[in-house]
Design a protein around this ligand. Structure first.
Ligand code: SF4
Length: 343
């Protein structure tokens, strides 16, 4: 095999390679970036600041429409209380994730993020929004992505993560999320984030009705973007939770997830970190370390996936015992301030 595999080789590996072969190849790429027996983790909380959303993705069990009962927007005090609780758990990373709420102006976000930065400084890092939410609020504000990114950066934001990508093909979005922006929008916005000096990540969700070709297209687009920008710190893949969603369906088995992590590690040879999802795979997530992953979160809350059937174990030491038993040295990793925004 050449150093970098193409789509045809990826297809061939997925269809014909044994688990052992995939593991061996993935571990080879992993070893270019990381010590083979070391894994890193973070303790984090996803703060769902609003559940009001107009996107109506059919795989989502979280949202309510603007005029339906049950919608909420968290106050600044609610957010601070959640962050304080995270700090008590020993965590220092927050990921803000909500819906496309047409009643929240850009100022709401800038004020919230500036107040979090002011109160916690660099003791707590936060992922402000996903790319999908960023696209929505930039459009609502009538700003270019570059101008919207500058507003967030000036409010103290360091990271806008690659969430909201699910499967990055236009067909997939037309089938399931036609008001969630196109793939072209997604990458244009993410490029603006990178060019603003903020950091970003790549994500992917598998287990809907996506084809192998769609999974490969997602990986190819992600690798191309990284070749062009170098802005992706990590790639996190999680699995679809179908409970309570309009689309429904069934969960994929853990082995399929592990094999996909291996294929991702092999294909995305230009992204430093491959992250495995404890949030959606629970204890099975740790086996993905053998398939090329090197990093994971221990989340203490995420209403979006919990509404769709995810369960969260707060016995963090009990969870860490699992990768240790698999032979890994696990070390806590702090989210870093991007070099371009060094104070
Ligand atoms: S997945 Fe996100 S964008 Fe889609 S309906 Fe749910 S909250 Fe809205």
């Amino acid at each position: 095999m050449t150093d970098r595999i193409g789509l045809e080789e990826a297809r061939e590996l997925w269809v014909n390679a044994s688990d052992e072969e995939l593991k061996r190849l993935a571990q080879g790429v992993r070893a270019r970036w990381h010590q083979p027996d070391r894994a890193t983790y973070m303790v984090m909380r996803i703060i769902n600041y609003t559940n009001v959303c107009v996107a109506q993705c059919d795989y989502c069990a979280f949202y309510v429409l603007p005029n339906q009962d049950g919608g909420y927007v968290l106050s600044r005090e609610d957010v601070f209380a959640k962050i304080d609780e995270l700090v008590e758990f020993g965590g220092d990373l927050v990921a803000f994730n909500g819906g496309f709420n047409p009643r929240l102006p850009l100022d709401y976000y800038c004020d919230l993020f500036a107040s979090v930065r002011e109160r916690y400084g660099d003791r707590v890092e936060f992922y402000a929004l996903t790319i999908a939410e960023f696209v929505f609020l930039a459009d609502r504000a009538g700003l270019s992505y570059a101008d919207a990114a500058a507003r967030l950066r000036d409010a103290g934001v360091h990271w806008v993560t690659g969430g909201g990508s699910e499967i990055l093909t236009e067909d997939f979005r037309a089938r399931h999320a036609k008001w969630k922006y196109t793939v072209a929008d997604y990458f244009e916005a993410q490029r603006a984030i990178v060019e603003s000096g903020m950091k970003t990540t790549a994500t992917m969700v598998i287990g809907f009705d996506e084809t192998l070709e769609e999974r490969l297209e997602h990986l190819q687009r992600t690798r191309d973007f990284q070749d062009e920008t170098g802005g992706l710190f990590s790639f996190l893949c999680w699995t679809y939770k179908p409970y309570g969603t309009a689309f429904g369906g069934r969960e994929i088995v853990a082995r399929e997830y592990w094999r996909h992590i291996a294929l991702s590690r092999i294909f995305l040879d230009n992204i430093p970190h491959i992250r495995t999802s404890v949030l959606t795979q629970n204890e099975d997530a740790f086996r993905a370390l053998d398939y090329g992953a090197d990093d994971f979160d221990l989340p203490i809350e995420d209403e979006v996936t919990q509404k769709a059937g995810a369960t969260i174990d707060l016995d963090l030491e009990g969870l860490l015992a699992i990768p240790r038993a698999l032979g890994y040295r696990v070390e806590y990793r702090r989210a870093e301030r991007p070099a371009a925004l060094a104070s």
